[in-house]
Design a protein around this ligand. Structure first.
Ligand code: GLY
Length: 571
């Protein structure tokens, strides 16, 4: 009888006296108590979860996820690209791995200008002159060596299996396959290069149907070679030779020496505070951390609960305009332009957050000149994954080949998609763009420099340990989407499944428009319009996608953005 009463009481309290765990209600979210992976492809999350189930830690799982994404999301990221990984080992200092692509030694701004000095359309986007020296393989294998616990062969096994067995084509992949056809035509891609990508990713010259199985045997062979021989086969061996031969045969500038000299850079994360959490963000060559920390610190100055949801969007829009204007004015690769460091420190200072907040006028927005004088580029590729394990290890990593299928160049015979990251550089600074604005000199292409990025892997810490890992894909919208996922969780108390799906806005200051998703709260849209914003619908094809893992009490919650179709995994 006594036992029954205790059980009844426990049932009334939820479970054994503990409050019942918050419920995940959406199919793109899960919760667990051990370890979770959120990647923007379900099979990539599963690859990470498989490694966790075999006793791997969050970094082992992250590396397995990364290789699986290289198979299933070749339009977004992979061995021919680069990325940033923010790692917080339990009980130890957080670290950032920068494996961003670099401009090859033979690249120079003049190569992208015609006889009249005009920028040659498409040359930084499509074909061999668009390709930066890839950092992905060195980056993830560095993470595995320094912070993982399993062998290369173990963590690469799920990706190799996926490449061999194949996986079904989803809506995102089909859309990006369509882009191969249209962009190759628009930018007159060399026929031999087109034939290689068409053979690999098109069926009779057309995109696959959704649900068709895509197998990648050639890429499986490449992965097996790396699993066996390590990164040297990529940077100094037969894979590297295929990359350089493909580029040089088509007249491009990358050399064997460029590849052999490529190094991962280990950096300190940027740090800020938001609602009592320490925020760790990505330093240059990304603008992501500077913008995310700056905006969160502006929002932090408003007392909790003092802003309604529509008012929060209005403040967010102003904070984003300032952050993007600051970004465009002065950011670039701090290793080449040391002044960038000082400007970033200023961007993430609380003094600057106070100044931005003080400039906010309720019910009003200002013309672009009020915020800054330079301009910003746009893109829409990239992938992000977040992983947290029971021991407290956490990873937030964002990787990219830049736009869909990067440069559309495949390293001959390898299945590797080569990036078009050189499009993240500026080519000219002396001519105003269509908005009458100028570009920052610090992001002009030069050999060895890493192009400015928007990628924003972010960790939130409480008492020195990670409670939230987030980030996203979608060009400059990565910054706004990551910010909004964090704010929906921390400020408005939503679990990740609801937070990642919530209607978002994006203002990048130039152009002077606010992009609103169709699902945005109508009251927020009305308030923004009344404040003088030009509100335009964000096309679904340009929506960002965020992947989040969050620790609440002793449970983990993970969600993959429904806009891209990923699903988390783990237990
Ligand atoms: N290419 C996407 C980014 O780095 O922001």
């Amino acid at each position: 009888m006594k036992r029954f009463s205790i059980l009844l009481l426990a049932a009334m309290l939820g479970c054994a006296g503990a409050p019942s765990p918050a419920k995940v209600s959406k199919s793109w979210g899960i919760s667990g108590t051990e370890a979770l992976v959120a990647a923007d492809h379900a099979l990539a999350s599963k690859a990470g979860a498989e490694i966790l189930a075999k006793g791997g830690n969050a970094v082992d799982a992250a590396v397995a996820t990364s290789f699986a994404l290289a198979v299933t999301r070749p339009q977004s990221a992979g061995l021919g690209g680069g990325g940033f990984m923010l790692i917080k080992p339990a009980g130890k200092k957080a670290v950032v791995l920068d494996y961003r692509e670099e401009a090859p030694s033979g690249s120079r701004a003049a190569a992208y200008l015609d006889d009249k000095g005009e920028v040659i359309k498409g040359k930084t986007q499509t074909g061999v002159w668009a390709v930066g020296v890839p950092g992905h393989v060195r980056g993830v294998l560095h993470a595995l060596r320094e912070y993982g616990s399993m062998s290369r062969a173990d963590v690469m096994a799920p990706a190799i299996r996926l490449a061999e067995k194949g996986f079904s084509v989803d809506a995102h992949m089909q859309r990006s396959m369509r882009n191969i056809v249209s962009r190759a035509k628009k930018h007159a891609l060399d026929k031999a290069l087109y034939d290689e990508i068409a053979r690999t990713f098109l069926k009779d010259g057309k995109p696959y149907e959704i649900g068709d199985i895509l197998r990648r045997p050639q890429f499986a062979k490449t992965l097996r070679l790396i699993a066996k021989k390590g990164e040297s086969v990529f940077y100094e061996g037969e894979i590297g030779e295929a990359i350089v031969a493909t580029i040089q045969d088509a007249g491009g500038p990358m050399t064997k020496k460029d590849l052999a000299q490529y190094r991962v850079k280990v950096r300190e994360p940027l740090r800020g505070m938001y609602r009592g959490y320490e925020v760790l963000g990505m330093p240059p060559p990304s603008s992501g951390g500077a913008c995310v920390v700056q905006v969160l610190q502006v929002l932090d100055g408003y007392p909790r609960g003092s802003l309604s949801l529509p008012e929060y969007y209005a403040v967010l829009a102003e904070a984003m305009k300032h952050a993007f204007a600051d970004r465009a004015a002065s950011l670039g690769d701090a290793d080449v332009h040391p002044g960038v460091k000082k400007d970033v420190a200023q961007m993430i200072s609380t003094v600057h957050a106070d100044t931005v907040r003080a400039a906010f006028v309720k019910g009003k927005t200002f013309p672009p000149k009020h915020y800054g004088l330079t301009a910003l580029k746009d893109d829409h590729g990239t992938t992000h994954y977040s992983v947290m394990d029971k021991a407290g290890n956490a990873v937030a990593a964002t990787e990219t080949v830049n736009t869909y299928f990067g440069s559309l160049v495949l390293a001959s015979g390898t299945g590797i998609v080569l990036n078009n990251e050189l499009d993240d550089f500026s080519i000219r600074t002396d001519v105003a763009n269509v908005f009458g604005l100028m570009m920052s000199k610090r992001n002009v292409i030069r050999p060895g420099q890493r192009p400015l990025s928007s990628m924003s892997p972010t960790l939130l810490l409480k008492n020195g340990e990670v409670v939230l890992a987030a980030g996203g894909s979608g060009g400059p919208r990565i910054i706004s989407a990551t910010l909004q996922a964090i704010v929906q969780i921390i400020e408005f108390g939503r679990l990740p499944d609801e937070a990642v799906a919530f209607g978002r806005i994006h203002h990048q200051w130039s152009p002077n428009k606010i992009y609103a998703e169709k699902r945005l709260l109508p009251e927020a849209r009305t308030l923004l319009e009344k404040s003088g914003h030009v509100v335009v619908d964000l096309p679904e094809t340009r929506e960002a996608a965020t992947q989040v893992v969050y620790r609440k009490g002793n449970r983990l919650y993970a969600a993959c953005d429904p806009r891209k179709g990923g699903k988390p995994a783990g237990r």
